[in-house]
Design a protein around this ligand. Structure first.
Ligand code: MGD
Ligand code: MGD
Ligand code: SF4
Ligand code: MO
Length: 685
């Protein structure tokens, strides 16, 4: 009997840390994974999701054949027929109005797949209606850091967190959501670094903080402005850095004057003394770094929150050297890449604006077309609104599950029902796929080649270790096939390497990369402008990426969240994640080991609040907001602030997004997942 054991080097398919692992196959079947010991990011270590990542791939629920809905039921059809129908529908809507079609790309998919989908939307259809979950995630980072620093990505690298003397984590539960980055935080702590954590909950991250600031959700700007007030009062600002490398300081100073900690402690919900202590600890360190995530971005003030973090770092000169920086921890395995590839309604690949004539001319030349649209397309939430208004009639969703991940599920379902034609391309029959007219089965991680770009701008290869199930095809192959059948040129690719070579041509940050260079463990970090360039671990070392090279202070003021507690909805509901599950659970809930750890959702409520309402730990309660209500087990704990409730959004049976609102940040259009006015009640007997 033959016996072939193989290790295929890969990158973890879950979060943005970009950990290396080997997929272990026996006779061509995936059997397990093993941490990649010489990988620079994780050095062989994996968190539970990485460790059990091989399980979802083998789930018996994997989609194996294209499906079409007939009389409300899905039946199998051939690829040939499925593509025929899709081509005729897309042609029909395109002729009527290209903007009646909208696309969702995927941060789960590779750079090559996202590149091809946005090219398809722009070249084959003629619309910029393409967006993806970055809108629900780090759109404010892209918008906010572009204004202040000229580039919307993590300024430093995971490894150099170890060099920091002080680490300020705001709105990130790093220990659970970016465990391998957390490992570096712990290493820095062991070397003596001080850890400050601002989070309304005493998360596993906050539990190890030297200073925990359990702030009220939505008070980030007031907190950071107050910290800057203290820093200026104490004379701890870096005058040299401010003078040489920035502009706008005087205006910032004027605004900050109003934010004495004693004045804003009520807004922030933390004693002034603690705010002072945090400010001084951050500012006195020689090298201080800021790590942030959804607690900063998912607010109606998301972009301003991000700008605040940039102001704080520039004020203290903590930019451009090891152990410093402003570091948005990107969420998904390839969300940085999906943004870099232009799966965004206002940008071509490499953040070149669709409204910029020169950029459009350049793209038309390379893509050999002459009618690219210069009108920015719709964002995720706007697409759903447009579907309800009948302006968007057809959607193509590749690797997203908006029915569970977008705010206000009732609203999303109404939008999807109102579409005339919906195509969903996924590895499972998701809650969103249930609404589709046609479902296309794709290969998953482990079954395909390509590249992912991790949170630290690190571009790395993933490699096929086994065949996909049934008739599943690679995402990019499906789209190229549709384009070819529509007689559109420019999709004649035979491999991901060929696609990457085109990506290099159009994306300046990737110009110096090629598949050969990317084979080395850890790949390359962008910007990498030419083939002799070693890649860039730290941004803005000499100057910022702004047109004049200066960092820009932009003063921002505290603003209340869109919904505030009132008599009817006296609590603030905030939502998020847990260690063992990932997003809408399509993958982790099909992974036996992970699902055994936590098998359903819960609402965290402070023990004092619970005792006032007579709610016991484990009891099923009702949580409601203006959008709807859910029944869910209560988790009574002292770890969440009084007046605040927390629900993870992974679980369909008690879905957090039944409750969240579509209020969004006017600049980046991110919805306010982190604040809704809510009530909680015991069930009637
Ligand atoms: N296990 C696991 N890991 C993941 C994911 C997953 O689903 N599961 N998803 C990945 C993705 S896509 C992302 S974007 C990241 C997200 O990673 P994180 O942002 O770390 O995760 P969240 O739980 O959404 O939110 C973080 C914290 O924000 C706090 N918070 C709420 N409101 C506020 C506020 O106003 N201010 C402050 N300072 N804090 C607030 C919450 O209490 C919560 O602890 O995780 C990635 N990693
Ligand atoms: N209430 C609340 N809601 C939130 C958030 C929150 O904090 N609170 N966070 C938001 C954030 S930050 C994010 S990033 C979004 C995430 O929102 P989504 O991206 O919609 O969530 P996922 O569950 O990751 O969906 C990914 C889909 O891709 C499929 N998939 C996996 N691999 C492949 C592949 O190779 N090809 C294809 N075609 N499909 C594949 C999976 O089966 C799944 O259906 O959720 C947002 N929603
Ligand atoms: S930290 Fe993120 S990338 Fe690393 S093993 Fe865990 S889920 Fe995978
Ligand atoms: Mo995310």
């Amino acid at each position: 009997m033959s016996f072939e054991l193989k290790y295929t080097p890969n990158i973890c398919p879950y979060c943005g840390c970009g950990c290396g692992l080997n997929i272990v196959t026996l006779n061509g079947k995936i059997k397990g994974v093993e941490g990649w010991k010489r990988h620079p990011v994780n050095e062989g270590k994996l968190c539970p999701k990485g460790n059990f990542s091989y399980q979802f791939v083998q789930s018996k629920d994997r989609l194996k054949h294209p499906l079409i809905k007939k009389n409300g039921k899905f039946i199998e059809i051939s690829w040939d027929k499925a593509v025929d129908i899709i081509v005729s529908k897309l042609n029909e809507y395109r002729k009527e109005n290209p903007n009646s079609i909208a696309f969702l790309a995927s941060a789960r998919c590779t750079n090559e797949e996202n590149y091809i989908l946005q090219k398809f939307a722009r070249v084959a259809i003629g619309t910029n209606n393409i967006d993806h979950c970055a809108r629900l995630c780090h759109a404010p980072s892209v918008a906010g850091l572009a204004q202040t620093f000229g580039s919307g990505a993590m300024t430093n690298s995971i490894l150099d967190i170890e060099e920091a003397e002080s680490i300020f984590i705001i709105g990130s539960n790093t220990a659970e959501q970016h465990p391998i980055i957390w490992r570096r935080v712990l290493k820095a702590k062991n070397k003596g670094a001080k850890l400050i954590v601002a989070d309304p909950r005493k998360t596993p991250t906050a539990s190890l903080a030297d200073i925990h600031l359990p702030i009220k959700p939505g008070s980030n700007i007031a907190l950071i402005n107050a910290m800057m007030n203290v820093i200026i009062e104490e004379g701890l600002e870096d005058t040299d850095f401010i003078k040489k490398r920035t502009k706008g300081f005087e205006k910032l100073k004027e605004v900050i004057e109003k934010y004495k900690p004693e004045k804003v402690e009520k807004i922030v919900g933390v004693p002034a003394k603690k705010i002072r202590e945090a400010a001084i600890t951050y500012a006195k360190a020689d090298r201080a770094t800021i790590l942030y995530a959804m607690g900063i971005t998912q607010h109606t003030t998301g972009t301003h929150n991000v700008i605040s973090t940039a102001n704080l770092a520039m004020l203290t000169g903590n930019i451009g050297k090891k152990g410093t920086g402003v570091n948005p921890l990107r969420g998904q395995n390839n969300v940085q890449g999906a943004c870099d590839m232009g799966a965004l309604p206002q940008f071509y690949p490499g953040y070149q604006k669709v409204t910029d004539k020169n950029a459009t001319e350049k793209m038309q030349k390379i893509w050999k077309c002459d009618d690219l649209s210069s009108e920015p397309g719709l964002t995720v939430v706007e697409m759903m609104d447009a579907a309800i208004d009948g302006k968007v009639k057809c959607m193509y969703i590749m690797g997203e599950n908006p029915v569970l991940s977008d705010p206000d599920i009732k609203h999303v379902k109404k939008a999807l029902k109102n579409l005339e034609f919906l195509i969903v391309q996924d590895i499972f029959l998701t809650e969103t796929a249930e609404f589709a007219d046609i479902v296309l089965p794709t290969t998953a991680w482990g079954e395909k080649n390509g590249t992912y770009t991790s949170t630290e701008r690190r571009v790395q290869c993933i490699r096929k270790a086994a065949d996909g199930p049934g008739e599943a095809k690679d995402d990019w192959r499906i789209i190229c096939e549709i384009a070819k059948r529509m007689n559109v040129n420019g999709f004649e690719f035979n491999s991901t390497k060929e696609i990457f070579n085109e990506i290099r041509k159009v994306t300046p940050q990737y110009a110096g990369m090629n598949f050969k260079r990317l084979q080395k463990p850890g790949g390359l970090q962008w910007p990498c402008p030419d083939e002799s360039h070693p890649g860039t671990p730290i941004l803005h070392t000499e100057k910022f990426a702004t047109p004049d090279g200066l960092g820009k202070f932009i003063p921002v003021e505290h603003e209340e969240p869109a919904e505030l507690p009132d008599d009817r909805y006296p609590f603030i509901l905030t939502t998020g994640r847990i260690l063992f599950h990932y997003h809408t659970g399509t993958m982790t809930r099909r992974s036996e080991t992970l699902d055994n750890e936590v098998s359903t959702g819960f609402v965290e409520i402070n023990d004092k609040d619970a005792s006032k309402l007579g709610i016991k730990d484990g009891e099923i309660v009702k949580v409601m907001t203006r959008r709807g209500e859910i029944k869910i087990p209560a988790k009574v704990t002292s770890k969440v602030r009084e007046g605040v409730l927390f629900i993870p959004f992974h679980f369909v049976e008690c879905a957090a997004n039944m409750l969240t609102s579509t209020n969004y940040d006017p600049i980046s259009k991110i919805p306010e997942f982190k604040v809704s006015a809510a009530n909680i009640e015991k069930l009637e007997d």
